[in-house]
Ligand binder design. Structure first.
Ligand code: 5GP
Ligand code: ZN
Length: 117
């Protein structure tokens, strides 16, 4: 299934719910998380509906994993105060996944003692 009509991230991918877009191409979209763990907290998703890490086909897996370092660099390079980044991917309710369209959190870190830990 490429589009799940009950999925909020499918709706964001298709611009049916607004989002602040950070990056987009034919296979992936990146947008700001509605809850900013730190400033610039971004979610990277495949455009097609993939529920979780267990649900990827090879081509979509290659596409999304190849874009993580590029997006991470672009976010880091956007702000000289970004000193590092947490990349988080939750899979399954027991692992704290709350939106069941696969996504990677890119969470910029600003200093060893920032207030966001
Ligand atoms: P999870 O807990 O599944 O790893 O992360 C889901 C993330 O999606 C949460 O950090 C939450 O803030 C974010 N989120 C939920 N609904 C929306 C929405 O409508 N728009 C955006 N931009 N983020 C959302
Ligand atoms: Zn979806």
């Amino acid at each position: 299934m490429d589009y799940d009509k009950d999925c909020i991230f499918c709706k964001i991918v298709h611009n049916e719910i607004p989002s602040t877009v950070v990056y987009e191409d034919d296979v992936v979209k990146a947008f700001l998380d509605i809850t900013q763990a730190t400033p610039g907290h971004t979610l990277l998703v495949p455009k097609k509906h993939v529920a979780d890490i267990f649900d990827y086909d090879e081509a979509t897996a290659k596409a999304i994993f190849s874009r993580i370092p590029k997006l991470a660099r672009a976010i880091r390079d956007s702000n000289p105060n970004i000193k590092g980044m947490n990349i988080v991917n939750n899979n399954g309710k027991v692992a704290y996944q709350s939106v069941f369209h696969s996504h990677f959190h890119l969470i910029p870190r600003y200093s060893e003692n920032d207030d966001f830990s």
